[in-house]
Write a protein that binds this ligand. Structure first.
Ligand SMILES: [Zn+2]
Ligand SMILES: [Zn+2]
Length: 118
């Protein structure tokens, strides 16, 4: 069996702990997800382990690339990023930021149109 075993969303538990510690256990989104988070001072106020989801579940932050461009990296490349390029994300913001990054990347890349047709 050579399939890698992924214990955490990114990297090992130690990396996750370090990212969460640097973020004080709070989502570090500052609007990348598309929400301005104005009610919480411009930064998402979701904290790990708090009961804030509508379903009554606990917020589980994940460690993921901080920059939108890095968010689009394949998992194995994202997992190799240094800790200072990772941020704590709540699932909602991570999903929103990933979607926004994908859209931005698509908009930045000119569609592969064929050369002018005669
Ligand atoms: Zn968030
Ligand atoms: Zn957000």
């Amino acid at each position: 069996m050579s399939a890698p075993v992924r214990l955490a969303p990114l990297g090992d538990g130690g990396l996750w702990q370090a990212v969460m510690a640097a973020a004080s256990g709070r989502c570090q989104c500052r609007g990348a997800c598309g929400k301005p988070h104005t009610k919480s001072g411009g930064r998402c106020d979701r904290e790990h382990g708090t009961h804030r989801t509508h379903a009554g579940g606990q917020v589980r932050l994940i460690a993921a690339p901080a920059e939108a461009t890095d968010l689009l990296l394949p998992d194995h490349q994202a997992a190799a990023l240094p800790r200072n390029r990772l941020a704590a994300w709540c699932p909602t913001c991570h999903h929103g930021a990933h979607t926004a990054a994908r859209k931005a990347a698509a908009a930045a890349t000119p569609p592969a149109e064929p050369a002018a047709l005669f």
